[in-house]
Design a protein around this ligand. Structure first.
Ligand code: SF4
Length: 474
């Protein structure tokens, strides 16, 4: 069936904003970085002749994207809670430029509150709830909105909610996103501090079996079953990607928890080992030694590990399903095998005190991941954390980011203010990075190549600017 002309847009918003079509926590980062807009690339791969525009990564402004509206009949915008007001302005500008353009929003924010999203502006014709790949394909093929499962749409003054779309089970039905990356994106735009450059990231499955209270995607668009592509299908996409991107140094599997199905992870590793590629993935801090070893021997370079905290009580509070002692052992195993770790931590989760923050900083220094990211607890609508925060009066405001897109402390407790939580982020970074052992390791890394030196110096300057800004804001 021929498709109507469709634009997939990751909209422009704050300068340097990593905005949600591939980013779990939408914000301007400490150092400039972007995830691939994979959630948009996936339906784009299903719509022949479509175009994917990633405005933040390309540095495009509203003035740049608004004129594109006249070339299309349908625009699909990915939105997020922090960027929604600005995304609405983009939709309105597109509609002004082309009054006949149909505009749809996708993403967790509209999946959680479809009616509110539609009432925010007449420029939004429909929102697609939860998984939306085949939803958008049907609309792009001209299906009437009242026959498309999984959307809410405007009908005069009414908002109509169609029935839910059945979650996709046969994940091998999804065409390769890397074909769309090659067609529409510039891979050099995509930097992540701890990944080699250029890198390519994609998903090999959706959903996470864990039920962490703060985590947005499994509680909204992904679900709690890990629905996966076959190992052969994944390996075939990487084989094809190597042809498309001969300069790529690393592939990143950005599934919520790639190690949720360990036999499959090891099977994929073995297939990748035959291809000789370097790859990395998300993991929980509980992967056994043998599986780590098998993955390492087949090209695994780095694991992105959500430790969150060094407090067992907080891990229990957020239902992480991990143990501090197991995380210690896992990390020691990775060090032994030469697997690099980028560890992520969160300050301000329920149960946090000034003492637990200090415990977590000590824990991070002790286990010593190569690099870290520290986030402020973010109560996204649609999560259990948001529900708890609303009921207990912990919400310190209704915003997750500042006026320039930087994350702000959104929770406050009777015993721990938002200001104290916010200050602890800077302290965490300083005490982790500004110690002789860590600085020597990073300096050594810079000496390995001129491009790494150049890149780390740029990131160092951006990081120093970030710390100065936080000092000014505190
Ligand atoms: S394990 Fe990771 S991806 Fe899964 S729910 Fe927890 S934080 Fe989210």
């Amino acid at each position: 069936m021929s498709a109507i002309r469709t634009l997939f847009l990751n909209p422009p918003s704050f300068e340097g904003f990593d905005g949600g079509a591939g980013s779990r926590y939408q914000a301007r980062r400490e150092v400039r970085s972007f995830w691939y807009p994979t959630w948009l690339a996936q339906p784009a791969a299903l719509v022949p002749g479509s175009r994917l525009v990633d405005a933040p990564a390309r540095g495009l402004s509203l003035d740049d994207v608004a004129p594109m509206a006249s070339d299309y009949e349908l625009a699909v915008l990915h939105t997020s809670t922090p960027s929604f007001p600005s995304d609405v302005r983009v939709a309105e500008a597109l509609r002004s430029a082309n009054p006949r353009l149909r505009v749809g929003f996708v993403g967790a924010h509209v999946a959680v509150a479809p009616e509110a999203a539609l009432r925010a502006s007449p420029a939004i014709d429909f929102v697609a709830r939860n998984e939306f790949d085949f939803t958008i394909q049907e609309i792009s093929e001209g299906a009437p909105l009242d026959r498309v499962d999984g959307i809410s749409y405007r009908d005069g003054d009414r908002v109509v909610h169609n029935r839910e779309r059945t979650p996709l089970e046969d994940m091998d039905r999804l065409p390769y996103v890397t074909e769309v990356y090659a067609r529409d994106l510039v891979i050099d735009d995509y930097f992540i501090g701890y990944l080699l450059h250029p890198y390519v990231s994609l998903y090999t499955g959706r959903g996470c079996r864990s039920r962490c209270t703060f985590c947005l995607w499994p509680q909204t668009v992904g679900g709690h079953r890990y629905r996966t592509r076959s190992a052969e299908n994944v390996a075939d996409e990487i084989r094809r990607a190597r042809e498309l991107f001969p300069t790529v140094k690393e592939y990143f599997f950005d599934d919520d928890t790639f190690t949720d199905d360990l036999p499959r992870a090891v099977r994929i590793a073995e297939l990748l080992g035959r291809l000789g590629v370097t790859w990395s993935c998300n993991a929980k801090a509980n992967v056994p030694y043998d599986a780590l070893k098998a993955m390492r021997e087949n090209g695994l370079r780095l694991l992105l590990v959500g430790y969150e905290t060094g407090s067992q009580q907080i891990l229990n509070n957020i239902r992480k399903g991990t143990r501090v002692d197991v995380a210690r052992r896992f990390t020691a195993d990775c060090h032994r095998l030469g697997i690099t770790i980028h560890g992520t931590f969160i300050v301000g989760l329920p149960g946090e005190t000034a003492e637990t923050i200090q415990d977590t900083i000590r824990f991070a220094r002790e286990i010593n991941p190569h690099t870290i990211q520290v986030s402020l607890a973010a109560p996204y609508p649609g999560t259990e954390l948001y529900r708890q925060a609303s009921e207990n009066g912990w919400l310190a405001g209704d915003r997750l980011v500042s006026g320039d897109g930087v994350q702000i402390a959104a929770l406050s407790y009777p015993h721990l203010s938002r200001e104290a939580i916010s200050r602890s982020l800077e302290e965490f970074y300083r005490r982790f990075y500004f110690r002789p052992r860590k600085m020597a390791a990073l300096a050594f890394e810079m000496l390995t190549s001129a491009s790494m030196m150049k890149r780390r110096l740029r990131e160092g300057a951006e990081f120093a600017r970030f710390l100065r800004q936080r000092e000014g804001a505190a």
